[in-house]
Design a binder for this molecule. Structure first.
Ligand SMILES: Cc1cc2nc3c(=O)[nH]c(=O)nc-3n(C[C@H](O)[C@H](O)[C@H](O)COP(=O)(O)OP(=O)(O)OC[C@H]3O[C@@H](n4cnc5c(N)ncnc54)[C@H](O)[C@@H]3O)c2cc1C
Length: 593
């Protein structure tokens, strides 16, 4: 039977020992996040994830969602009840502001809770994940009225939120949006158009669904500069907060898809549906980006989360499955063969994944902490750095964690041999489910372009230079520590290569944009590897200091050494590839493919 055990020990290590949340008690809500409270939250949400959501994971996969002729959508058996418990337990309120009824706890903590929900049941976790993104966008860009009307019920999760960008002719290029909005003279607009692939567009989990929709106001400029954002509720909300009539937005069909069957992916038809502008006319992308950035960090976390559940089950299988003898002689002579965990190549798959997961978890929570600093720090300089880091790290978290998350799930399947390819152990579901994470919220290729095209250059490169300075400081502070030296040396090499790649891009990317495009994915990989190298060096430093008190720290050091010796050296290959520029990619004529 597959299992999911929430990795609480590792989460506690990051929050208490490495990030030391307790040192941020000057920030709103952090004083309440005492180690005891953090542990309690991790343990109870981990239990909910393993005991309630995980058993529904394969149910959701097998049953999928069903649309009836009246355009209602039924989620898989057990989902509505689990969602009810999710709301009653108050999980969505964890880091929401107290003004909206939230507990105001650190966002970094709610990221850990989301990780567990997503690992246990990615399709389920997407419903509240999108609601959270829609809520943040409304809080950032909505009017006071809109915040009051929709905020409290979206904060609790009683109402869901969706994001409606994609149309049949427009995915990556949102400038092609056709959905039109006609002003009614009373502050409202009538929206007409079709959106496709809308996650949670219709469902039976919540009494209302608040759609955030990108559309073009009649007469708006062409392209991305003419896009506005609207809030379009499924049911109108009366002045007393009760639900009124049904709006003319409905689900026209459900997509059949490769994975995440428990999440309803809907065609949404807007037929003179009434909506209200969020923010300014033609400035919709600005607010939508708030939602997209939040969602991108959440999607990166999906890669890590699926890798974790796949890893746990692969490790169990590797200890149980008996095949062949160890190359160094039998390890279980009383058995007909040794467990496959004795074979170095099987261990390669497990160690690659373990080193990725633990580094990626640290990277996700570290980045999420900058989200807290951005919103809560009283120090303007700290807020500036946090904003720079959030912008710089978001595409890396999204793309690096999902690319490697897919690899981890694929390795877990490979480790299972034929058992992995059949349905019994459930590991093939993780591969199918995680696959979408590389595509939605902007494909990973687009994340790489965002990194090299926008994020590096922003404010004269302030963010990347701050990051380099932080790495230099860390290296200088620790290079005389003999035990830490291997980690510091490895980090210094990777950082040097990232710096060289950055200079190459600055010199060659501006003169020929194809050079920047061709280098972008290698640059993102090089960045992700280096960022995880930094995370591993930080974790190794803490583990060395705590060694002896718990075997956990010895294991951490073993994994840290694996990362710097077997994964981090990939940086050199990425540097060499990116420096070849656009020519090898662009040489063949399009009709010769
Ligand atoms: C299950 C599922 C759920 C989804 N949920 C939502 C949702 O809730 N809301 C929503 O609005 N959308 C949603 N989407 C849509 C998703 O965000 C898009 O699929 C995604 O943005 C990519 O758009 P596309 O599929 O049209 O691909 P295209 O834009 O057609 O891209 C095709 C390929 O070309 C590449 N490409 C395109 N342009 C460039 C470029 N300039 N440079 C380099 N490469 C480029 C892409 O990287 C990709 O590999 C969902 C999709 C799926 C499948």
């Amino acid at each position: 039977m597959p299992r999911y055990d929430a990795p609480i020990r590792d989460m506690k290590f990051i929050f208490h020992d490495v990030l030391a949340l307790q040192n941020y008690s000057n920030l709103d809500g952090f004083a309440d996040a005492t180690p005891d409270i953090v542990d309690q939250i991790l343990e109870t949400s981990g239990k909910f994830a393993s005991e309630v959501l995980f058993p529904l994971n394969s149910v959701g996969d097998k049953q999928g969602c069903k649309r009836a002729d009246d355009a209602t959508v039924k989620t898989p058996d057990g989902f509505p009840d689990a969602y009810k418990q999710f709301v009653e337990n108050g999980w969505p309120l964890l880091s929401k502001t107290p003004e909206m009824g939230g507990q105001g706890l650190p966002h970094a903590l709610s990221i850990a809770v989301s990780e567990m929900m997503s690992a246990a049941n990615m399709a389920f976790a997407m419903y509240p994940g999108l609601t959270s993104g829609a809520y943040e966008a409304l809080m950032a860009g909505g009017s006071d009225d809109q915040k009051q009307i929709y905020g409290p019920k979206m904060a609790t999760g009683e109402w869901a939120g969706t994001m409606n960008l994609t149309e049949p002719q427009c995915g990556t290029d949102l400038g092609l949006i056709k959905t039109k909005a006609i002003p009614q003279g009373d502050g409202s607009y009538k929206l007409t158009g079709q959106k496709i692939w809308i996650s949670g567009g219709e469902q039976d989990l919540t009494e209302n669904i608040i759609h955030l929709v990108l559309a073009r106001i009649e007469g708006a400029p062409e392209g991305i500069k003419g896009i506005s954002l609207f809030v379009v509720p499924k049911y109108f909300v009366n002045e007393d907060g009760s639900l009124g009539e049904r709006n003319t937005v409905s689900c026209g069909g459900l997509e059949e898809k490769m994975g995440i069957h428990g999440n309803a992916t809907c065609v949404m038809n807007y037929e003179d549906a009434t909506g209200w502008l969020v923010g300014d006319e033609h400035k919709g992308m600005r607010t939508m980006f708030i939602m997209m950035n939040e969602a991108r960090l959440g999607v990166g976390m999906q890669g890590l989360a699926q890798a974790e559940v796949a890893y746990q089950n692969a490790a169990d299988f590797a200890r149980e499955r008996l095949q062949s003898r160890a190359l160094s002689g039998p390890k279980a002579p009383e058995k007909p063969a040794d467990p496959i965990i004795v074979h170095p190549d099987v261990r390669r798959m497990l160690m690659d994944t373990r080193a990725f997961i633990e580094g990626a978890r640290m990277f996700s929570y570290w980045t999420a902490l900058y989200g807290d600093l951005l919103h809560k720090s009283p120090d303007e300089k700290v807020r500036e750095k946090a904003g720079d880091y959030m912008a710089l790290m978001t595409p890396v978290v999204k793309a690096f964690l999902t690319d490697r998350g897919l690899k981890a799930c694929n390795d877990a399947l490979q480790l299972h041999g034929g058992t992995g390819f059949t349905k019994d152990q459930g590991v093939e579901q993780y591969v199918r489910d995680v696959r979408i994470a590389l595509i939605y919220e902007g494909t990973n290729g687009i994340q790489a372009l965002d990194l090299v095209g926008r994020k590096l250059a922003a404010n004269g490169g302030r963010a990347i230079f701050t990051f380099f300075a932080e790495l230099d400081d860390f290296i200088a502070e620790n290079e005389s520590d003999e035990e830490l030296k291997p980690f510091i040396d490895a980090l210094a090499t990777a950082k040097g290569e990232l710096q060289e790649a950055t200079s190459w891009l600055m010199q060659n990317g501006m003169s020929d944009f194809n050079n920047a495009g061709a280098a972008s994915m290698d640059y993102l990989e090089l960045f992700g590897l280096t960022a995880l190298g930094y995370m591993w060096a930080k974790m190794a430093k803490t583990a060395l200091a705590k060694r002896g008190s718990d075997p956990f720290y010895d294991d951490k050091l073993v994994t840290a050494r694996y990362y710097i010796s077997r994964i981090l050296p990939e940086t050199s290959a990425h540097l060499a590839k990116l420096k070849t520029g656009a020519e090898p990619l662009m040489a063949l004529e399009a009709d010769r493919f």
